[in-house]
Design a protein around this ligand. Structure first.
Ligand code: GDP
Length: 451
């Protein structure tokens, strides 16, 4: 997917920072240029890319850099901070409040995934203990009423609409009032979408907003619309106060960057990402963890590129697939330790690959007792000995083994009990990283495709 490509592009650019003691301006420029290219390729609007570039440069102003500061880290941090800013307007998103009536209006173009997202949103808050109700104020599209009704039935959320009513204002107003009387605390109003932003649609949307005075207006945007995302978002913003943005279809092969960066046009936060047709395919969006997993995903790719040369993927074809696919087992961990061993001096490699993988190695090092690379390598060899004393059934396990088996493993491998505990901790660490990877990885895409 394009987002994974973007992550990889950024990590590749970071790779240019190298390990030389002296980091000259030419290198820094090259790194910024490569990050810029990666963003443009992902369809991020050129003016934002320019802004990001200026921002990174100003943060790296020699006058502002303290004596002795690690320039390499500064460059990395400046770029990461600017990327976060790109998807974060710095405004806390609307959160429905318990004990009050929250009215949320959904707007967006036809086909953006608005009606599906309305159902996902209702279900998300239903699980958080809210009593949601849906209102179909889409009088434009044939079948809109039936579609929302079907969705509402599937997720068991009450629904209001009038098939023969042609005035969306009447539906929205009577619907909201009725649901308020019925004490629903999250009233979600779906409005008409059109083929493209037409004056009619925008005026109607404005009128509905003025009539029901929603607590939040959510703009639903298809991630595949690329560069036009900016204009679209701006058009909606010109009429109503967009409070939140939800970006859909990130599971496809869309570039995504255009829609992500369009948040700047609305000056409103992205709250969720949609990544599938099912009603559970909605993920909470958090700018900094999104960027760090984006880079983490890039890390894995960079690492895979490196290990491809070592034929590890041939030796352990399922390891990465399992890692991101929730199927990571003890045997895969053994392959991973072998991989680390084949790669050689690990922390040197990690310095070339900042982000998720580096953090993971650092966690592994710290959580298993710290020390040098040689210490860590020694421990990994001991881990392999312990893994080799497991039964085939244990090796296939995708969870840490129960503690009552630790003494047997310790005896069988001739290792202290503490080493077995460290091994299980490391296993959890890898599994957690796999989960973080999965968050960014669109569903329905195989690990091979991802790479
Ligand atoms: P609306 O016209 O904006 O109300 O759009 P719909 O909710 O009817 O969605 C249009 C199509 O996009 C439907 O086929 C949905 O199943 C599909 N869709 C919506 N959100 C997603 C998503 O996040 N991922 C994928 N793959 N499909 C989605």
């Amino acid at each position: 997917s394009m987002l994974v490509d973007l992550g990889k592009g950024i990590v590749d650019a970071f790779g240019k920072l190298g390990t030389n003691l002296i980091l000259d301006d030419k290198t820094i420029d090259a790194v910024i240029r490569d990050v810029t290219m990666a963003l443009l390729k992902a369809d991020v609007n050129a003016s934002y890319v320019q802004k990001l570039r200026d921002e990174v440069k100003s943060q790296l102003d020699p006058k502002k850099i303290a004596e002795g500061a690690n320039k390499r880290d500064l460059v990395r941090q400046a770029i990461i901070q600017s990327l976060i800013k790109l998807v974060d307007p710095g405004i806390p998103p609307f959160q429905p409040k318990k004990g009050k009536t929250n009215v949320v209006m959904f707007v967006g173009l036809q086909g953006s995934g608005k009606t599906t997202t309305v159902a996902k949103y209702a279900r998300y808050y239903q699980r958080k203990g809210f009593k949601p109700a849906l209102i179909c104020a889409d009088t434009f599209r044939a079948g809109a009423f039936e579609q929302l009704q079907q969705n509402a039935t599937k997720i068991k959320v009450p629904f209001w609409g009038k098939k023969d009513e042609t005035d969306p204002l009447v539906i929205a107003e009577t619907g909201v009032n009725f649901m308020k009387q019925e004490k629903f605390d999250l009233i979600i109003v779906d409005t008409s979408g059109r083929h493209k932003q037409s004056a009619d649609l925008l005026n109607e949307m404005e009128q509905v907003a003025n009539t029901i005075k929603p607590d939040d207006i959510v703009l639903v945007m298809d991630s595949s619309i690329g560069q036009s995302a900016y204009d679209q978002a701006a058009a909606f913003r010109s009429k109503v106060k967009i409070g939140s943005v939800i970006i859909t279809k990130l599971d496809g092969h869309a570039k995504g960057g255009g829609a992500l960066a369009a948040v700047a046009a609305t000056n409103s936060p992205i709250t969720f990402l949609g990544d599938g047709e099912g009603f559970d395919a909605l993920r909470v969006f958090n700018p900094s963890s999104f960027i760090s997993t984006l880079i983490g995903a890039g890390d894995i790719n960079a690492l895979v590129d490196k290990i491809e040369g070592l034929n590890i993927t041939k030796k352990a074809p399922d390891m990465i697939t399992n890692l991101v696919g929730d199927k990571f087992c003890m045997k895969d961990m053994r392959s991973m330790f072998e991989m680390f061993e084949d790669i050689g001096p690990v922390s040197q490699m990690m310095e070339m690959i900042p982000g998720g993988m580096g953090r993971m190695y650092e966690n592994l090092r710290q959580q298993t007792g710290g020390g040098s690379d040689e210490d860590v390598a020694g421990r990994m060899r001991k881990f392999v000995t312990i893994l080799d004393s497991m039964t085939p059934k244990e090796l296939a396990m995708t969870k840490p083994l129960p503690p009552e088996r630790y003494p047997r493993l310790a005896r069988g491998s001739g290792q202290p009990l503490g080493m077995v505990e460290y091994l299980m901790q490391s296993f959890k660490l890898f599994a957690k990283m796999g989960q973080q990877m999965k968050q960014i990885m669109p569903s329905g895409l195989s690990a091979e495709e991802m790479m």
